[in-house]
Design a protein around this ligand. Structure first.
Ligand code: COA
Length: 154
């Protein structure tokens, strides 16, 4: 298990943690590559509870003195064919800009991997941005064949 900075803990949050999820949303720009980015905006309390009740949502927070210093959000995707029942899509993660390069990202990935081992999931993939690709490589991710494409409807 990687060593977290002193005082930092990582925990998986659930439906009772809607307030923590929305506290993160109020400052989520400082978890972005560019803190000048617009914040995404919080869900309603009911919306946050529904989000965290979804069994396909896995969400971890890294905290220090009750403040969020990192988050990792992934989805459980069931597979239609033989082999492990599901794989994970690592949707987004971020470490607070003041806390980077101190092992928090690696610690959150380790928490996700512990969940994978406990739940018989062998593969996780991430649509990585260029800034974070080096971090993911350090955590053992490798490039896959193909491209990730996206389409936005207007
Ligand atoms: C990517 C990110 C989550 C890494 O978090 P972090 O807490 O700084 O990561 P760690 O301190 O655990 O770093 C683990 C290792 O990766 C390396 N690393 C961290 N960020 C890196 C980066 N951007 N590029 C290359 N290597 C990086 C560290 O040096 C460390 O290496 P070491 O163990 O050999 O010393 C953080 O930079 C971040 O929040 N970025 C902005 C949001 C973002 O890009 N999210 C990913 C979206 S796909």
């Amino acid at each position: 298990m990687p060593v977290l900075p002193s005082g930092v803990t990582v925990r998986r949050i659930g439906p009772g943690d809607a307030a923590s999820l929305n506290a993160l949303a109020r400052t989520d720009n400082v978890f972005d590559q560019d803190p000048a980015t617009e914040r995404w905006g919080a869900l309603t309390p009911d919306g946050a509870r529904d989000f965290l009740s979804d069994p396909s949502v896995l969400f971890w927070l890294a905290e220090a003195d009750g403040q969020v210093v990192g988050f990792l959000h992934c989805y459980v995707q069931r597979r239609r064919s033989s082999g492990p029942w599901a794989e994970l899509l690592l949707m987004e993660m971020g470490t607070h800009a003041d806390w980077r390069r101190r092992g928090i990202g690696r610690g959150m990935v380790a928490a996700m991997e512990a969940w994978m081992k406990e739940n018989g999931v062998a593969e996780v993939w991430v649509p990585a941005n260029t800034y974070a690709a080096g971090f993911y490589r350090k955590c053992g991710f490798v490039a896959d064949e193909g491209e990730i494409l996206v389409k936005e409807l207007h």
